[in-house]
Design a protein around this ligand. Structure first.
Ligand code: FRU
Length: 465
């Protein structure tokens, strides 16, 4: 593992080196949790994708495993083993993924060759779906004969169901439903939901349907954002009553797993926010988000909170009962770190905004302010995050609904990752790249009035490797 780079996260899953994108094939098997991911062992760029593999006993600490899926030179996955999911088929761990070959995207299946899920037997009859559905017509581009990929598979009684992400010619993205009795012969049913291209993108990647009992959630990734739809799914149709972004920052193509005690944990890919040359210089690209638990609130909205298992990582604690800030005050916390969790309850009182600045150098040359304003907005301002011209400097924002004053804030900082959870509902994940060794300070300030920050805790977090 590359580990001497201060931008490398230590408690987020990263590839040992080289390229990582989407989480794939999440499964609890034989007592261990398996996380596969889109991986290029040849370098920190997206090409000829394999499935990388990490395992965990507790969802917090991870071990690297050898590459699990490799493109077959003569197979339908010759150009890449793209995203897919894992299911337990009557005791046989099975993955469905998209093979890439020439301009085609071809659904493939493989079964585990051992109980550690380190080797997989690809089905000789791959691809398992060869024809694109005729209606609606799947989008063709210069690069692809059909935008048709990624898999979410589940079983109801004796029937398997599968969603495949797609783009529709002249329309927007779509999540296409298939049915099967044996995971190999699939019958097309039609889209469960199709987007309008202006608001939800032209192609939907990595669709996932999650069942919360009386309500369901569908999320899709549309090249820009992860959009979720909440509503009811019945008889092949999804009725939407709310939609929002799952995360307002650098977070993409998530996938979820059910725990044995019935919780949904979701991981997403945190792409880099530095340019290609910066990724090349670093020798690695991409991190996995922390697992977040998704649930529904009493008011029907979506809750997102860091998986409770993550408290295992907490080390040294610095705690303040109350910090009272007057307009213009800056309070420097006594802890310095680039791998920590901060938890606080924020009251604006009569302030216009408070700023929590992390990864701050003593002279303020590098700093990443997280600004919470009375307009109910949280902004992560990256304009001074890094003096490195390879790093992005734009600001990311999200709206935090005002029904939950005071604001409950959890912030996870890890090398180049800043993950913000507000009111256990709204998430904004940012990638930042301080260059200075002393960019480890944390400070608080108020603007235009006074503010109070109650029960403020900072924990240093350990490495997960
Ligand atoms: C999403 C995605 C998927 C595809 C994979 C290829 O990031 O583009 O649609 O299967 O990545 O690596």
């Amino acid at each position: 593992r590359l580990d001497d780079d201060p931008s490398r996260p230590s408690y987020h899953v990263t590839p040992p080196a080289n390229w990582l994108n989407d989480p794939n094939g999440l499964i609890h098997w034989n007592g261990r949790y398996h996380l596969f991911y889109q991986y290029n062992p040849a370098g920190p760029f997206h090409n000829t994708i394999h499935w990388g593999h990490a395992v965990s006993d507790d969802l917090v600490h991870w071990e690297d495993r050898p590459v699990a899926l490799t493109p077959s030179p003569d197979g339908p996955d010759r150009d890449g083993c793209w995203s897919g999911c894992a299911v337990d088929n009557a005791g046989v761990p099975t993955v469905l993924y998209t093979g890439g070959r020439d301009k085609r995207q071809l659904p493939c299946i493989a079964t585990a060759a051992d109980d550690d899920l380190t080797a997989w037997d690809k089905d000789p009859d791959n691809p398992i779906i060869e024809e694109l559905p005729a209606k609606p017509e799947v989008l063709r581009t210069e690069d692809w004969e059909g935008e048709f990929r990624d898999h979410c598979v589940w079983r109801e009684n004796e029937t398997w169901y599968q969603l495949i992400g797609a783009g529709i010619e002249g329309g927007g993205g779509a999540a296409l439903l298939y049915e099967s009795a044996d995971l190999r012969n699939w019958e097309y049913q039609g889209p469960i939901l199709a987007g309008d291209r202006d608001t939800a993108g032209t192609v939907w990647e990595c669709p996932e349907l999650l069942d919360f009992g009386d309500r369901q959630l569908l999320h899709i990734s549309n090249y820009e954002d992860v959009v979720y739809f909440l509503g009811t799914y019945e008889d092949g149709e999804f009725d939407v009553d709310r939609r929002d972004k799952l995360d307002h920052g650098d977070f993409y193509a998530p996938q979820s797993m059910w725990t044995d005690d019935g919780r949904i944990l979701t991981w997403g890919w945190l792409p880099e926010a530095r340019d290609v040359s910066g990724q090349w210089d670093a020798g690695w690209s991409g991190a996995m988000s922390l697992p977040r638990e998704l649930s529904l609130a009493d008011d029907g909205g979506l809750c997102q909170r860091p998986a409770p298992e993550l408290t295992e990582l907490r080390g040294d604690n610095t705690s303040y009962d109350v910090v009272r800030l007057d307009a213009g005050d800056t309070e420097q916390l006594s802890v310095e770190s680039r791998s920590f969790e901060l938890r606080a309850t924020v009251r604006l009182e009569d302030a216009e905004a408070i700023e929590l600045s992390v990864l701050e150098s003593p002279d303020g040359e590098e700093r990443t302010p997280i600004r919470y304003s009375y307009e109910s907005e949280i902004a992560v301002d990256r304009s001074a995050s890094s003096t490195d011209p390879q790093a992005t400097g734009d600001t990311q924002t999200m709206r935090v609904r005002p029904y939950d004053a005071p604001l409950s804030l959890r912030v996870f900082v890890d090398g180049s990752v800043v993950e913000v959870f507000a009111n256990e509902r709204h998430c904004l994940t940012s990638r930042v790249y301080p260059t200075r060794q002393d960019a480890t300070g944390i400070s608080l300030s108020a603007e235009g009035g006074h503010a109070t920050i109650a029960s403020l805790d900072v924990w240093e977090l350990d490495s997960v490797w």
